[in-house]
Design a protein around this ligand. Structure first.
Ligand code: HAM
Length: 417
């Protein structure tokens, strides 16, 4: 049996990087006041259909939707923002005007055509801020993301920024698009013909080159921005400039989900090929209300972890953890007698391994090498008699005899030397 198409096992060399990202995320975003939220992996279908938008590819073609045994239509989450908004509404998390900051990570599901960097089960790490439409929230939440990525030292990343307007100005832009594209309908693909009526913004996303050719001379949304939205966007850019964050403007960036208002952005990587978006996000001021909550503004983003991990693997050497200490025994009975000692070493914080077959010293050393142990503790006849340990530092080759009681301190000291 094999994994289902579009899914994969994450093996230790992958999960080591996932863990490094997740550990850094919880420590880093705590500094900004983010706390973790975990929502269910499946929700009522209506939540995503309404939240993400009936005319989007996600809702039309990509959701894993099924009826449960009780006849309810449920959907494996294709993203988490709508679910987090549902939770904010359900638990009344935003009270007064204090922003609430939530962080999440977990699997998401979209029935897309699998290719490099595109899976049917993939992982997102996301951050959402509720309760404020201050442009500073947009800038700070983007800044938190950029500084989060800093230690991974990834080149070739570009932050692309736009404002997609809102109910005060977008309808005029949509009307313009509909009118202009109606004259060119014969040149558009079948999908886009439907999109003109159903969700005209999505025409701009179409990858079909013939459709793209029809877009080149279209006005972009910045020509339609209301004064208020223009000012909001200016303030976001100014705050990003203040942080020293570089970005490119792309007035054609519309994102694939319908809930965005004002700021929308993506981080693109030159290392990912066709699926170049490492993450995406933006403001979604009407979404909490749309899913049944109060009129609470929101801003956030989600990183595609599978893609981020593949880039990090290219530039950083993050490996599964290795044992601090590997025991090599002359006889199995000495290992048996040492089990409480080994337990205590682990209690003291060391990662300890051994080969229970206790074969030749050579074969045990070979295994210690394979595991990448930092130190090898050899218990030969002399050491067993004297209850000492012959300790070999595998990095330097240095060997010393140490007392059992001093072993942990010795390894700690040598590791930090
Ligand atoms: P999204 O752009 O649909 O936004 O997804 C975010 C990221 O998830 C993408 O940039 C990409 O890295 C990754 N991703 C999407 N689909 C796949 C796939 N099939 N395989 C691998 N990776 C994938 C959202 O989901 C929004 N909820 C982001 C957001 C949060 N906006 C506001 N708050």
């Amino acid at each position: 049996m094999k994994t289902v198409k579009g899914t994969r096992d994450l093996l230790p060399e992958d999960t080591a990087i996932f863990q490094a990202i997740e550990q850094r995320a919880f420590a880093h975003f705590a500094k900004y006041g983010f706390h973790e939220i975990r929502t269910p992996i499946f929700e009522q279908t209506q939540l995503f259909a309404r939240g993400i938008g009936e005319g989007t590819d996600i809702v039309n073609k990509e959701m894993y939707t099924f009826e449960d045994r009780g006849g309810r239509s449920v959907t494996l989450r294709p993203e988490m923002t709508a679910a987090v908004c549902r939770a904010v509404a359900q638990h009344n998390l935003v009270q007064g005007d204090d922003p609430v900051r939530l962080l999440y990570t977990g699997p998401t599901f979209r029935y897309e055509r699998p290719q490099a960097g595109r899976y049917r089960q993939f992982y997102q790490l996301g951050a959402e801020v509720f309760g404020s439409d201050d442009p500073l929230i947009d800038a700070e939440t983007i800044e938190a993301l950029i500084t989060f990525l800093e230690p991974f030292e990834l080149p070739n990343l570009t932050l692309v920024l736009n404002s997609v307007g809102d109910h005060t100005d977008r309808p005029r832009y949509l009307a313009y698009l509909r009118a202009t594209l109606a004259d060119r309908v014969d040149q558009l693909c079948g999908d886009c013909k439907v999109r003109i009526d159903k969700n005209v913004l999505r025409v701009l996303d179409c990858k079909n080159p013939t459709c793209q050719a029809q877009m080149t001379d279209l006005e972009t949304i910045d020509a339609f921005w209301s004064d208020e939205n223009r000012q909001h966007f200016e303030a976001v850019k100014q705050a990003l400039d203040g942080y020293g964050i570089q970005y490119t403007l792309n007035p054609r960036l519309v994102r694939g989900l319908d809930y965005y208002t004002k700021t929308a952005f993506e981080l693109l990587s030159g290392d990912l090929g066709a699926q170049s978006a490492v993450m995406g996000g933006g403001r979604y001021d009407g979404l909490v209300k749309m899913v049944g909550g109060p009129n609470v503004p929101g801003f956030g983003w989600a990183v595609g972890l599978d893609r981020l991990v593949s880039i990090i693997a290219k530039y950083q050497n993050i490996q599964p953890s290795r044992p601090d200490l590997f025991f090599v025994y002359g006889e199995r009975s000495w290992l048996d007698a040492d089990l409480p000692f080994i337990r205590d070493l682990r209690r003291a914080g060391l990662s300890v391994a051994y080969d229970s077959r206790c074969g030749s010293f050579k074969s045990q050393f070979k295994r210690a090498d394979k595991y990448g142990a930092a130190f090898v503790a050899v218990i030969g006849e002399a050491e067993q008699d004297a209850q000492t340990i012959q300790l070999k530092n595998m990095a330097t080759g240095e060997q010393t005899t140490v007392a059992r009681a001093g072993l942990v301190a010795h390894i700690r000291e040598a590791s930090h030397a």
